[in-house]
Design a protein. Structure first.
Length: 351
């Protein structure tokens, strides 16, 4: 299984005649490490995992006790909210933020990803690691590969048929499409099983199957088939929407490195392609700490509660080097991301 990226060491030299990419990053790394911001926060995560587990258990009990009534659907949005918290914990485990012990981190990831959410931890880890290594790089970042959405004019120009219509309207369709993300994550997970070694495939496959079976039993024993289907549809749609709202502001509309252009060092590669979202404790909770996207990309193994503490240090280093540090409010972050998608599809609307 791919190893999670920790990004706590200077990046490798990318070209023989270029300065070390880590030269701008190294002083910041020393400062951050000296402040203890790369230390783990086991107690914080123990409380977060326990609280989340109790909330999920309470919601499952509430669905079972509510019985066969349409009022049970009111629990679906709350369950979606805490499923997103579960996904954030799995995300942090994959980056070794919770513990430096890889086996323990994998167990936490498998429980929170495969068992509780029905999405493959290994699939996500592979995809997300490649994204972190080369964010917004059109040839290397799987998150900007032309698929349902496209992110460059070159990608848009190649669209035809129904996909062309999608691209023309992708800014309007973005959030509606995220309603399908909860199901899509599960489909990707099952499909990824074929690419795994037999032993890992067995573990992940069993956990994914247990999730599907337990989820089905819960809904079909508590609700009639029609209500169960409605509950599942609402729950999965809102779960996908929540994840879309958490990930949309992070990179869309930010710099996209030219594959044939200047090679950026680690600091510029991560800062120029990422966007932070301002806000207080509520935004931190709702976005799972991903609102500190710049700090997270610079220090992926940094514990979530330390990201806000690293922010002023990163801002100061960027100001010292004259590197733009993108930070905006939540609503404006969505506006910027959607504006980029709108501009990419513009040529197709004018033909």
């Amino acid at each position: 299984m791919p190893e999670p990226i920790t990004a706590v060491a200077e990046p490798r030299r990318e070209a023989r005649d270029a300065p070390a990419p880590g030269s701008e990053f190294a002083p910041l790394l020393r400062t951050v490490r000296g402040r203890g911001l790369l230390d783990r926060r086991h107690g914080w995560y123990a409380r977060a995992i326990t609280t989340n587990a109790l909330a999920l258990a309470g919601l499952v009990a509430a669905v079972a006790l509510a019985g066969d009534t349409w009022w049970s659907l009111l629990l679906a949005p709350v369950l979606a909210l805490f499923c997103a918290r579960t996904a954030f914990i799995g995300h942090d485990a994959g980056h070794l933020q919770i513990t430096g012990a890889r086996r323990t981190a994998r167990v936490i990831g498998l429980v929170h990803g495969n068992l509780l959410l029905g999405m493959s931890y290994a699939w996500w880890n592979d995809k997300h690691n490649r994204h972190h290594a080369n964010p917004n790089h059109i040839d290397k970042d799987p998150d900007v590969v032309a698929d349902v959405l496209v992110f460059t004019g070159e990608q848009a120009a190649e669209r035809s048929g129904f996909r062309r219509w999608l691209t023309r309207n992708q800014s309007w369709l973005f959030f509606p499409l995220t309603l399908l993300e909860g199901v899509a994550l599960k489909v990707h997970g099952f499909r990824y099983l074929r690419r795994q070694p037999a032993r890992e495939r067995a573990v992940e496959g069993v956990l994914l199957a247990v999730h599907v079976i337990a989820y089905s039993i819960l809904l079909l024993t508590a609700l009639s088939p029609g209500k169960a289907l409605a509950f599942a549809a609402l729950h999965q749609a809102l779960f996908g929407l929540h994840l879309g709202m958490a990930f949309a502001p992070n990179h869309k509309g930010m710099e996209m490195p030219d594959p044939n252009g200047e090679r950026w060092g680690h600091l510029r590669r991560q800062v120029l392609t990422s966007r932070n979202v301002r806000g207080g404790v509520l935004i931190d909770w709702f976005l799972g700490g991903l609102n500190y996207q710049i700090e997270h990309h610079l220090f992926p193994s940094m514990a979530r509660p330390h990201l806000r503490l690293a922010r002023p240090l990163v801002r100061a280093r960027c100001a010292e080097l004259g590197i733009p540090y993108a930070e905006t409010g939540l609503v404006d972050s969505y506006r910027q991301a959607l504006r980029h998608l709108h501009e990419v599809g513009e040529p197709l609307r004018t033909r």
